[in-house]
Design a protein around this ligand. Structure first.
Ligand SMILES: [Zn+2]
Length: 178
């Protein structure tokens, strides 16, 4: 059902306005990889000159690492690719509004443009709880676009948490039978 919802097609970049949705769909594919690995489904790609130079998906459980967020893994991969910690001329696409750690890494990497999907009212620091990327006291302020394909990005997360709740409920029912 989830893959039907996403409805990936290899659409061409016919309009500039489609570009963000096109690359957000690539980030959604990364989120699906997280989902397949039983991780909270968040995915990220970093784009330079219309090419994806790095990808990442949440691997917190697999690595047992609280910093293994999609954005951080993609930022490290992009820096390796470019041979530079400065991710100049890049756009970071992520399916969920970045948390404070990832927003901080975006600032440190000097990423000039950030596009995210669903808003995160619990941990988002790009508009929800606060907006680190818009704080003029930092020496770098990326351009920020939120809410791109937010329904699809949000539904992927909702489906994951519904599944977890069902699983836990079944487990409880089962132990109740014992
Ligand atoms: Zn994060």
């Amino acid at each position: 059902m989830i893959s039907v919802l996403l409805g990936f097609s290899d659409m061409l970049l016919s309009h500039d306005e489609n570009r963000d949705e096109y690359f957000m769909r690539a980030a959604l594919r990364e989120a699906e990889r997280a989902l397949d690995a039983d991780e909270v489904p968040v995915g990220c790609v970093i784009v330079r000159e219309n090419q994806i130079i790095a990808r990442g998906y949440n691997r917190r459980e697999a690595l047992q690492d609280p910093t293994a967020h999609a954005e951080l893994l993609a930022i490290t991969a992009a820096a390796n690719h470019l041979g530079s910690w400065r991710l100049e001329d890049t756009t970071l696409y992520v399916t969920l509004e970045p948390c404070p750690m990832c927003a901080g890494a975006i600032i440190l990497a000097r990423i000039p443009r950030v596009v995210f999907g669903a808003y995160d009212p619990k941990a988002g620091c790009c508009g929800s709880l606060m907006n680190l990327l818009a704080d003029a006291r930092f020496n770098h302020r990326p351009e920020l676009v939120g809410g791109v394909l937010d329904n699809v990005c949000g539904e992927l997360l909702s489906a994951f948490f519904r599944e977890i709740r069902n699983r836990n409920r079944n487990r409880t029912d089962f132990s109740g039978d014992m």
